[in-house]
Design a protein around this ligand. Sequence first.
Ligand code: IVH
Length: 681
Amino acid sequence: MAPPDVVKRVEQLRRLINYHNYRYYVLAQPEISDEAYDLLFRELKQLEEQYPELITPDSPTQRVGAPPAEGFAKVRHPRPMLSLGNVTSPEELQAWRERFMKLLPAGTHVSYVVEPKIDGLTVVLHYENGVFTLGATRGDGYVGEDITNNLRTIRSLPLRIPLAPDGPTPPARLVVRGEAYIGKEAFERFRAEQEKLGHKFTSPRNTAAGALRNLDPKVAASRPLDVYLYHIVLIEGAEKTPQTQWEVLHYLRDLGFPVALNWCRRFDDSEFDALTKYCADWVHEKDALPFEVDGLVIKINELALHEVLGFVGREPRWAVAYKYPAEQAITRLLDIVVEVGRTGVLTPRAVLEPVFLAGATISSATLHNEDYIIEKDIRIGDMVIIRRAGEVIPQVLGPVKELRTGDERVWRMPKTCPSCGELVVRYPGEVAYYCENTACPAQLVRRVEYFASRPAMDIEGFGPKQAKLFCGKGFIKEIADIYTLREHREELLALEGYGEKKVNNLLNAIEASKQQPATRVLTAVGIRFVGPITAQLLLDHFRSIDALAQASAEELAAIEGVGPRIAQSVRAWFSHPANQRTIDRLKSYGLQMALPQEEKPEPESLPLAGKTFVITGTLPSWTREEAKAIIQQYGGKVTNSVSRRTTYLLVGENPGSKLQKAQQLGVPTLTEEELRAMIGE
Ligand code: IVH
């Protein structure tokens, strides 16, 4: 037993070390020398070695490495990570079967495997000679992120296969795909513990995703993550290669991987009706499962048919997800609050008694507008039906009038803006109410937030929190003030959590945003109806924001894709003196206000001019989109189907039926390498 003074000293050392870690890593303002820090750390380590019973997982000595500064490395998947098409009814499932059957020779034997569709995060695991060497996220399907160190912390993930001594010999190379998740019970326990500490976790999926995307593996290690594997992406040098999906599942299990075999079923094509019924009935079973699911996956069992059927877009023809329609719940409407958007639109939002629905705790939902509330007769205090489909914002569908007590209160849009107190207005023919005070503080925060956001100027480290804080402190009074924020450097440094490094990064990111193209500037100023696409359309035509500002509504409306509504909005925005001033100020700070001069080489002089390409199969290093963009850049055209007019068929691994077609028509083929040579890359 450790004497009480040692226990106390250990606690004190941990507090000190944590504090200095914070000064060093977060604030970048160390208070003590590295030597002094090392002394504290060594003393703690020594005491813990002497009294191991004092070691706790959160002791600074138990950290898994230091917090890495950079992001995750990118990993190109050996094959594209496809997603799945959806069906939501027996009829649609039947239609799926009919679609692929037409593509198979008559009499082909087909069977199916039905698996639970686990609601977690796709992971791709690489094993070299049985050793886990790399784990990645799905990313965009072509390139994911290297999260090996986070995945290593998952206790059910084998670091070496086979787990059992009598298991199959591991293949030289194996890449498997699966789902990382947190089980329902484990999540409940974790959530309850964390709640006591004041931390909120709403859903198993988000908790799992947050952990795997965290740069500190300690976070993943502290969460009850689990994994299920279901797919072989690549297998090389194996003693025996599975020929069916059913064999894949058993092979993976024999190697020691967790596989959801208990919940997987096999059906013959002659049993398709039974399969359909199984899927439709399963909605009643799913709540009893130990993990969250968002449906089932039906796969053709014969792997050889997967090759034959291939995929359309990103979806394989040989598998489909059976999803259940959006889920509903009943809860109490505690209040209706009004939110002010960046254009001054007032949106009513429901404050709900928290309720668990479709994998998340919901405490807020949209109520659209005042008319909707009147039409549905939704009152504060009502029990209301809410609906949530996938990741979208939950909706209030309406009240359960039978449950009314008489204490419910009718709600109407307030006559004044909840943020600035100005009278609100509603225009004939519109459902929305507006606060027209451009100086309204809530609108300013929203405008600033939008200006810095991803689709607009994309200023890293400048999110909604910063917008609210800097506007609240008075550092930003209009959007252009973002570029004078550095005059407030000292005040920023005095803010809690804003150390030298963070402030420098933020100010540098703001400075760097001055190089963003004019289309982003035009998007960012927040003209109603002008998002990134319209901004591009407008500038393609006018080339500069100044020229656009001079354009008449008629001129604007004449552009294809710009109707009278957008034209009117653009005109109105530029005729406002305050907005004109914003543009002038942004210009004076050096932001890009015009598209660069185009220097397009003569099309005929490009190496691929006049040539038409079709692409098939997986290319060694380009995605199809990349290949298409490159061909176009060099003057070529890309079409979808092979005809006599096709100049070349660009062929990758696992080519589809286009190859046969090209051979029939005598269209020459080309590899990625040959194409590179043509364009001199
Ligand atoms: S098969 C080509 N099987 O669902 C292979 N996916 O909507 C396509 N998922 O991103 C995937 N459980 O992460 C497959 N048993 C299962 C699955 C499953 C969950 C996920 C997967 C994918 C998403 C597609």
